[in-house]
Design a binder for this molecule. Structure first.
Ligand code: UD1
Length: 380
């Protein structure tokens, strides 16, 4: 089934020097790229003909959305930082494309590796393909089928022109096959986000809010919201927060908020009673809170995966998910716009009436090793 198995059997290593360019741009990319770099470094011990260049597009640039992840996850300093910063969808995408074209012309690669579904993923894929460079998409094939999400457009464009796909689920494999991708270009390898989780689970850090609010294991909820559809409309955001606060009752709700969300809350002068708004957390601090909480309410993609792996209840404030295995197998439930369902579900979580779920296939902490093993069988 799919190429990864073939790769293991053939164990074919091309003799020529292989140059990879790895692209990372925004917060969730860093967790996906860290284990890939670790696996490359491991492979380099046997193969001196394998090299990589790490390019940070600079889509995220804040200490708390970018630098801290490099420190905590021991990601080497990028070889290039394109410093593109924020802007409208078109401005940001265009700036990434212009800068990455220069980068790739100056430093040609045999294979550009993109991860996830952010603007940097799509922009760098387009540039690489127009320079006739092969592209591998880590986390290829997932679909929300919601064209209102910029990420869905990024996924569709990336997958329509990328050459190789490293996938997290059978559903992703099926999506790619249905869109006409040959099975030989699909490598079902598992989830690099879970590699990072497995690798760091023993070294999570208690964040300051733990002592400040005298938190106790299982005696708080964790909330994250940053999707434009949930936070850009202040009225919608207020009604979501009011409902969560009401349903949580006595339990404190810890809310590390993305700058986009903080901006809207500051503009409308929101103050929580039982919801504690804090700055974005580092990876090790955030996972500490996920590990110990009663349940999570979120609109993030990665958090749906992390809660499933940790068997922590998860309510997703979206109409759809590109990670359906977290619902079918894991601990996730989609809430959509249904405030009654939101309230009832928080009640169930508090009463301990939630599914414990199972871990999806190949989410075992060894995905990046499989990626490198498979990648080295690609004729570049
Ligand atoms: C991006 C990704 C999203 C991912 C999220 C994780 C796209 C289309 N979206 O969304 O898939 O879930 O990252 O955080 O690529 N800002 C800062 N500091 C920063 C970066 C951004 O303050 O370092 C603020 C700026 O005001 C900016 C806004 O956040 O306009 C949005 O940033 P942007 O990179 O456009 O998208 P995200 O919402 O972060």
């Amino acid at each position: 089934m799919f190429c990864v198995i073939l790769a293991k059997k053939i164990n074919f290593y091309p003799a020529k020097r292989v140059k990879l360019t790895l692209v990372a741009g925004a917060r969730p990319n860093f967790m996906k790229i860290a284990p890939i770099i670790r696996a490359i470094r491991q492979a380099q011990k046997q193969r001196t003909d394998l090299s990589y260049r790490l390019v940070h597009t600079g889509q995220h640039y804040d200490e708390k959305l970018s630098h801290i992840f490099f420190d905590e996850l021991a990601i080497p300093a990028p070889d290039a930082n394109l410093g593109v910063g924020s802007g409208s969808q078109a401005e940001q995408t265009a700036r990434i494309m212009i800068s990455f074209e220069k980068e790739l012309l100056e430093h040609p690669a045999d294979l550009v590796v993109v991860v996830g579904d952010v603007n940097s993923t799509m922009a760098c894929t387009i540039v690489a393909k127009k320079l006739n460079t092969a592209v591998a998409h880590v986390e290829g094939g997932i679909r929300s089928f919601d064209m209102g999400m910029p990420e869905e457009i990024n996924r569709m464009v990336t997958d329509s022109i990328a050459d190789y796909f490293f996938t997290t689920s059978e559903v992703a494999n099926a999506n790619l096959l249905k869109s006409g991708v040959e099975a030989s270009r699909i490598f079902f390898v598992g989830n690099t986000m879970i590699d990072t989780l497995v690798h760091n689970l023993h070294r999570t850090k208690q964040p300051a809010i733990w002592m400040e609010r005298s938190l106790e294991p299982q005696r708080y909820l964790l909330l994250t919201l940053h999707r434009p559809s949930n936070v850009d409309d202040a009225e919608r955001l207020m009604s979501l927060l009011a409902e969560i606060e009401e349903a949580a009752g006595e339990l404190p709700v810890i809310f590390p908020a993305h700058p986009r969300t903080r901006k809207v809350l500051a503009q409308c002068g929101w103050e929580g009673k039982n919801i504690y708004l804090i700055e974005p957390l580092s990876y090790l601090e955030f996972i500490y809170l996920v590990k110990h909480c009663r349940g999570v309410v979120t609109d993030s993609g990665g958090v749906q995966e992390e809660t499933t792996f940790l068997h922590v209840p998860c309510l997703t404030l979206r109409q759809n998910t590109e990670r359906p295995e977290t619902i079918a197998l894991g601990t996730n439930v989609l809430i959509g716009d249904d405030l009654v369902l939101l309230r009832e579900s928080i009640g169930k979580i508090i009463r301990g009436e939630w599914k414990t779920g199972a871990i999806p296939p190949l989410w075992d902490g060894k995905t990046a090793e499989r990626i490198i093993e498979a990648m080295l069988t690609i004729p570049l």
